[in-house]
Every structure is written in C-alpha cells, then in structure tokens.
Write a protein that binds this ligand. Structure first.
Ligand code: PGA
Length: 239
C-alpha cells in the first residue's frame, strides 16, 4: 500500500491567475496519485475548463451557513455547483488571521459534508506550542473540537500542518512526522470507521516530497508555495 494512491493537494492561497491556470493545463500524471488543486474562488471556473480531467478541484474555505444575508461569504452548495469536490477548512491562516475556532471549523465541516464536498481539515501546532512540548495536546484538542461530532461513517481528509513549517522552508524531521501522524491516526481511528487520509503540509517541495510521502501514515501532501510553479508541482504530483 505504501506510496500508492497518495493525495497531493495544492493550496494556491490568494495567488494565481488565468495565465497560471493555462500553464497548469499541461500537468501530467505518471503515478496514481490523486491530485487536487485549490485555487482562489475566482479561478474555479477556469480550473474546470482548463485543468486535465484527472485533477480534482478544491476551494480554500466555505461558509458554515447555507444561504442568506452573509455578505462576502460563499456556501458549500455554491461550491458544489462549480464542480468543486474538496474544500480546505480551518487552515492555520484562517485560524490566525480570521479568528476561526474549532467550533466554527466543525460547523464548516458539517456544511461541506452536507453538500457532498470532502473537507480537508487542517490542524497543527505553533512554534511556541511545539517549544512548550504541547504538540500532541494541541492536535488532540483540535481534532476533538473540529471532528468529534462528525458522524463516524463520513469521509474527511485531515492535513497536519505545523504552523512553524508553513512558508518557512523548515520541516519537522522524519521521526517527528512519524510520531504526529501516528498520534493523529490513532485518535481518528477511535472515532471514524472510515479510513481518514492524513496529509502532511508545511514547506513540502519537489526535493523533500518523496521522502515525506514514504513516512508511515502520511497519506499525501498539502503544498502551498511549491504548488504555484508548474515544473515543481508536476514533480510533486509524480513523486
Ligand atoms: P507551504 O504552505 O507549502 O508554502 O509551506 C502550505 C500551506 O499553507 O498549506
């Protein structure tokens, strides 16, 4: 099973353009990895038209509400109408910059599932939490707060992204990734009766992807910066 059917998800954040999407129409796949690209909302239509069929389309956020007077928000059902199959929820930038709590994240996960989207729920500790040896405690409370009330037969994806590794060029060492992924897996297995893939995210790139992806219980990668360069992302998709 190792290295088979890994999930490679691209988080473009507030980056990208029609031009970049055109470039990405030339992505190729030689391995059976599942590829998901999450562009900004405004590029969802061109993602559908331009990207090769083997690439699934994800969004970077959705509202916890279904519809109504919520200026500036986009609901999960609206995304579903745009051929979106996945949605990132609770990315650390949303938690930090937009004050998203585990309780809100739980509601967004529920809304996504109701609209038949697969949520990719992001969890991870900050540098000060890591330095205080609180990594597992933080993961525990994020999983409990955002996922414990989800029905056990639902399909979700979890992305473990140490906040201090995002956009910094730093990554945890192999043993740290092994330990955290095993911890997350054990915790998820206590609740879910489906197999929940656990992606690693935080400075993943074309050079470290093969090594990270082969660590036990790493189900794939969530890639930020390196997913904006076609050549690099193509290499990651095929690692
Ligand atoms: P990075 O971002 O790959 O640039 O570290 C990952 C993320 O924020 O999902």
């Amino acid at each position: 099973m190792k290295n088979n059917n890994k999930i490679i998800a691209a988080n473009w954040k507030m980056n990208g353009s029609e031009e970049l999407m055109k470039e990405f129409s030339q992505l190729t796949r030689s391995k059976h990895n599942d590829i998901i690209i999450c562009p900004p909302f405004t590029l969802l239509d061109s993602a559908k038209t331009l990207l090769p069929n083997f690439i699934k389309i994800g969004a970077q956020n959705c509202s916890e509400e279904e519809k109504g007077a919520f200026t500036g928000e986009i609901s999960a059902s609206m995304l579903q109408e745009k051929s979106v199959s996945h949605v990132l929820i609770g990315h650390s930038e949303r938690r930090r910059l937009f004050q998203e709590t585990d309780d809100l994240i739980f509601k967004k996960v529920e809304a996504a599932i109701k609209s038949k989207l697969t949520p990719i729920v992001c969890i991870g500790e900050t540098l000060s939490e890591k330095e205080a040896n609180k990594t597992l405690q933080v993961l525990d409370s994020q999983i409990t707060g955002s996922l414990a009330k989800i029905e056990p037969n639902k399909q979700v994806i979890v992305a473990y992204e140490p906040v201090w590794a995002i956009g910094t060029g730093l990554t945890p060492d192999e043993n740290e990734i092994k330990e955290t992924h095993l911890y997350i897996k054990t915790k998820l297995n206590q609740h879910f009766n489906t197999d929940i893939p656990i992606l690693y995210g935080g400075s993943a790139n074309s050079e470290n992807c093969s090594q990270i992806i082969s660590i036990d219980n790493v189900g794939g990668l969530l890639v930020g910066g390196a997913s904006l360069k076609k050549h690099d992302f193509n290499a990651i998709c095929n690692c």
